[in-house]
Design a protein around this ligand. Structure first.
Ligand SMILES: [Zn+2]
Length: 164
């Protein structure tokens, strides 16, 4: 049942191809540890394009609702994911490393002839997850400040962009 969609990165981008589908949350191995439940699916859509500098890229949109664990009461809390990111393809890791770290620049991703969309979608979800998930009106009430327990990867992008 588990299909694993892959794309040829540069070819997909230069052809302006589009692919959309759904992936079950339970098929994201790195994400599962961060979740209260691995039920449900996420929708994705990936479009190949050339960016304003003529570089091949992918625009990846991911939507879904994930069940995280509230940092205050430890009960499940729904986190809506609705991300739309430009990923500019690179042919080597050196090319990515040579770029200055700048949150304003589009993310770079290493292209290959068989890029697993599941991995791209999973990366995007992990970067989009809230740093400290909690209910807006939590039964545990006002809690002390975060005790410094940091979920691996979660909220990295939010920190970089100062969204949290
Ligand atoms: Zn709560």
């Amino acid at each position: 049942m588990s299909h694993q969609p892959v794309i040829d990165g540069f070819e997909f981008a230069s052809a302006g191809a589009t692919q959309a589908g759904r992936l079950p949350v339970r098929e994201f191995p790195r994400l599962r540890d961060l979740l209260a439940s691995d039920a449900g699916e996420v929708e994705y859509e990936v479009c190949g394009l050339l960016d304003e500098r003529g570089r091949p890229g992918l625009r990846l949109a991911v939507r879904g609702t994930l069940e995280l664990r509230c940092r205050r009461c430890l009960e499940p809390v729904a986190a809506k994911i609705d991300e739309d990111e430009l990923l500019v393809l690179a042919s080597t890791q050196e090319e990515i490393d040579a770029e200055p770290a700048d949150a304003e620049l589009p993310d770079r991703v290493l292209a290959s002839k068989a890029m697993a969309l599941r991995d791209l979608v999973e990366d995007q979800i992990i970067l989009a997850l809230p740093y400290a998930p909690r209910h807006e009106a939590c039964a545990a009430g006002a809690a002390p400040q975060d005790e410094g327990k940091v979920l691996p990867f979660a909220g990295l992008k939010g920190l970089m962009r100062g969204r949290n």
